[in-house]
Design a protein around this ligand. Structure first.
Ligand code: MAN
Length: 425
């Protein structure tokens, strides 16, 4: 008997198209891939194997199977699912509790089957929606193609920039070496000048002291002689005055040639040497900072093909009702209250997170929240032709999320945006 009915079915299948045929045997709410599990000519076995029931119990609005498999087209089972074909658009699986609840969930209206056609709250909108979805999918597809071209250009630019950075580092290393030579040279001069300065000052003070002593009519002869002797030893030309020459080698300190040696003049040479040294030292530090910055940027992970490299340091803003958010890529994220409060750091660049890789950036170690964690931000990258932040939010307190569109993210269309052949049945 079973065999005969199967043969009959095959004959029928030959008469109509295969799909039409499958539609006949597919009970309401059953997806195509499960149709073969519902055979009207056989008893029905619940999917979990718990019980076997006559096929007439399927979709009889009474839940027999614990796994809800006998009621795919009614709301009788608590955890069942209903499949809408939505021919012309995307098929959909909804909880079976939504079947015949007066609300249209399926664009083909199949979830509200109990309603009289005229009274049904649903029209059949699948064709229209499907057309719109296909137009949108086409637009997205074209955007990916255009975005991908820009992405390729960015990769080329990044390659050039990397080479430039490497050259710059070599150049700076040479400059650093030259500056080190100058620093070492000036360091010697500085030390020498400091020694001379010290000696001059000592001598000068001694001379001052002795001159004073000499001019002073000392009451004690002993002091007088001592002073005279000391004075004489310096007053080599015996003119009774200690002049510049007698200050000797140190007369060079009278740079303005006014015949007197001012405190400034005494310091001048040492100061000049010190300044030259400090300038060379400062220059070395500046060069080193630049080298470190370049080296750091060469080690940053800018994507598998360096496609995000040209974004480094570029900043974009997005304003919502209360704040202006600012994203400086590979650097930091900030938040500025519109009412004038101070800027808050929402995180510094850390790394790529999540799967697939290179879709989400993590900026963390931001300013700590009162009684809470340090602020952090996830930046989701989406394909788009013009770089821009399209949304910013705070899903959890002090945890922020941003959507950033950028051509570097245009690798291949998101599967969700592609219309599959199956959906178009
Ligand atoms: C500021 C902002 C908010 C954050 C609170 C936490 O007002 O940074 O985003 O939620 O601080 O106190």
């Amino acid at each position: 008997m079973e065999k005969i009915s199967y043969v009959l079915l095959i004959i029928l299948c030959n008469l109509f198209s295969l799909i039409t045929c499958l539609n006949i045997v597919r009970p309401r709410g059953v997806p195509f891939e499960r149709a073969s599990l519902y055979r009207p000519e056989k008893d029905f076995s619940c999917f979990d194997g718990s019980i076997v029931i006559p096929f007439s119990f399927v979709n009889d609005d009474y839940c027999d199977c614990l796994d809800s498999s006998d009621e795919p087209g009614t709301s009788a089972c608590p955890n069942g699912t209903f499949y809408c074909t939505n021919a012309g658009h995307t098929s959909l699986v909804i909880p079976s509790s939504r079947v015949n609840d007066g609300i249209c969930d399926c664009c083909d209206g199949s979830d509200e089957w109990a309603f009289d056609q005229k009274k049904s709250p649903c029209g059949s909108t699948c064709e229209q929606l499907g057309r719109a979805a296909r137009v949108e999918a086409e637009r997205v597809q074209q955007m990916y193609v255009a975005g991908n071209e820009i992405r390729a250009q960015l990769i080329g630019k990044a390659k050039e920039q990397r080479a430039e950075k490497q050259n710059k580092i070599s150049d700076l290393l040479q400059q650093k070496h030259d500056a080190e030579v100058i620093r070492n040279q000036t360091m010697k001069e500085k030390e020498e000048a400091a020694n001379i300065e010290k000696t001059v000052l000592n001598t000068y003070h001694l001379v001052e002291e002795l001159t004073k002593k000499h001019q002073d009519e000392a009451k004690q002869e002993k002091d007088k002689i001592e002073a005279q002797n000391a004075f004489n030893s310096i007053d080599t030309n015996k003119n009774n005055i200690i002049d510049e020459d007698e200050v000797g080698a140190y007369s060079t300190f009278d740079q303005n040639k006014d015949g007197t040696i001012s405190q400034d003049e005494k310091d001048a040479k040492a100061r000049k040497a010190r300044e030259s040294f400090e300038e060379a030292d400062r220059r070395i530090r500046d060069i080193q900072r630049e080298i470190s910055h370049l080296q750091e940027s060469l080690t940053k992970d800018y994507g598998p093909e360096d496609e995000f490299a040209t974004l480094d340091g570029e900043c974009y803003e997005f304003a919502d009702r209360d704040y202006v958010y600012k994203l400086c890529l590979f650097d930091q994220v900030t938040q500025r209250p519109k009412n004038g409060g101070s800027e808050v750091r929402l995180g510094a660049w850390n790394k790529w997170i999540g799967e697939p890789k290179y879709h989400t950036m993590l900026y963390d170690r931001g300013q700590s929240c009162w009684n809470g964690p340090p602020r952090s931000t996830h930046v989701h990258l989406i394909c788009g032709l013009e770089p821009a932040i399209i949304s910013a939010s705070e899903p959890n307190r002090c945890e922020y999320a941003m959507d950033f569109v950028v051509p570097s993210a245009c690798t291949q269309p998101d599967e969700k945006t592609q219309v599959s052949e199956h959906d178009e049945l």
